[in-house]
Unconditional design. Structure first.
Length: 359
């Protein structure tokens, strides 16, 4: 099936919580960045009425949930919801359950945080493990990674003016955690920017750090949707949520180089498969990666590297079951930086007598 690639910027705040732009302003920044979709997630605020088409940009609204009395941990992105699900301090599992009951998808936001000594903010990581029913993890949060690099004042000034010099990719621990969780079942990976447009002062310096215009051009989640846009916001939103629910998506640092056209697919005797899908293979499976530009490609199986290539293509034939995902790196300012992270394709080896459809 041919999918339609839509570029989405997820995890954005507006003036309804601690951001500094309105929904309309966010839509205007998104249009300038060439985005198709933005997902606004204000803290414990759901502005469903703001959802809709703004020119060529589909503005979708969710919320970022946390205990209103304790904002220091367990931030949960609630997206695709049909109502406000912010409800007191019932706990992380109750929040996930509420998101699911509202027809939405729950993603654990910036699950592992490191806060540099000069960040001036605490580490807001996910501590309530053992929860279930969430759709996935925010594998890469631009603002969160940025905070981790603010370890001394010279670096902080450098990062404030040229964030692209410090940003490298998701924390390795987050990727390791994802691989661990993927062993037990589907966990969709998304990228978020956590755009706020806030201004910070550092001595005589006063600077808007990571402005909307920058972040909305930086780190995106590319979605492979089933149908062309209809122009009806509710119907088009459903296409976005379906792709996200299935993990038919990849994370891309488009600010480094546009990643539109990246693909990771599998082929077996049974057909061809997209990211987020499961191949039930009785024989050989061919995994194919195609990048729109020359990069370093790594194919990872169950968290370990199984194939590597520098170029625009990587092909790997295998009979081994496992969870396969792709990482692409691109050199910038003397260092390899994460550029694309795919969602996985799961290969299940079928043997004679294996019951069809069993897990
Ligand atoms: Zn957060
Ligand atoms: Zn946030």
């Amino acid at each position: 099936m041919a999918f339609h690639e839509r570029i989405g910027n997820l995890h954005i705040h507006t003036i309804l919580s601690d951001g500094h732009a309105t929904h309309a302003e966010v839509a205007a920044f998104a249009a300038r960045a060439g985005l198709d979709v933005v997902v606004v997630t204000d803290h414990n605020v759901y502005a469903g009425a703001a959802q809709g088409w703004h020119g060529d940009v589909l503005v979708l609204v969710g919320e970022e949930l946390h205990d209103p009395e304790d904002a220091a941990h367990n931030h949960l992105l609630a997206i695709g919801i049909d109502r406000d699900v912010a409800g007191g301090d019932a706990g992380a599992q109750a929040r996930i359950d509420a998101v699911n009951a509202a027809g939405g998808l729950a993603f654990l936001a910036h699950p592992i945080e490191h806060s540099g000594a000069c960040a001036g903010e605490p580490e807001i990581d996910w501590v309530c493990w053992g929860v279930s029913g969430y759709a996935g993890l925010e594998i890469w949060n631009y603002m969160s990674e940025f905070k981790a690099h603010l370890t001394n004042w010279p670096l902080t000034v450098l990062a404030a003016y040229w964030p692209q010099l410090v940003i490298r990719g998701p924390h390795p621990e987050t990727l390791a955690l994802w691989d661990e969780l993927l062993a037990d079942g589907p966990v969709v990976g998304i990228a978020g920017t956590d755009a706020h447009g806030a201004t910070y002062s550092l001595g005589p310096l006063c600077r808007q750090v990571l402005p909307y215009a920058y972040l909305l051009s930086a780190l995106n989640t590319h979605l492979l949707v089933r149908e062309p846009w209809s122009g009806d916001a509710a119907r088009d939103a459903a296409l976005v949520w379906e792709a996200l629910r299935r993990g038919r998506a990849f994370m891309a640092y488009d600010g480094l180089a546009p990643a539109r056209g990246f693909s990771f697919t599998a082929e077996s005797a049974g057909g061809s498969y997209a990211m987020g899908e499961t191949v039930d293979a009785a024989g050989e499976v061919t995994l194919r990666v195609a990048a729109p530009r020359r990069v370093r490609l790594r194919l990872v199986r169950n968290g370990s590297l199984v194939a590597e290539a520098t170029g625009m293509h990587l092909t790997h034939r295998t009979r081994e079951a496992g969870v396969y995902r792709v990482e692409a790196y691109r050199r910038y300012a003397g260092r390899q930086r994460a550029w694309v992270l795919s969602n996985p394709i799961r290969v299940r080896a079928l043997t004679t007598g294996y019951p069809q459809g069993a897990r």
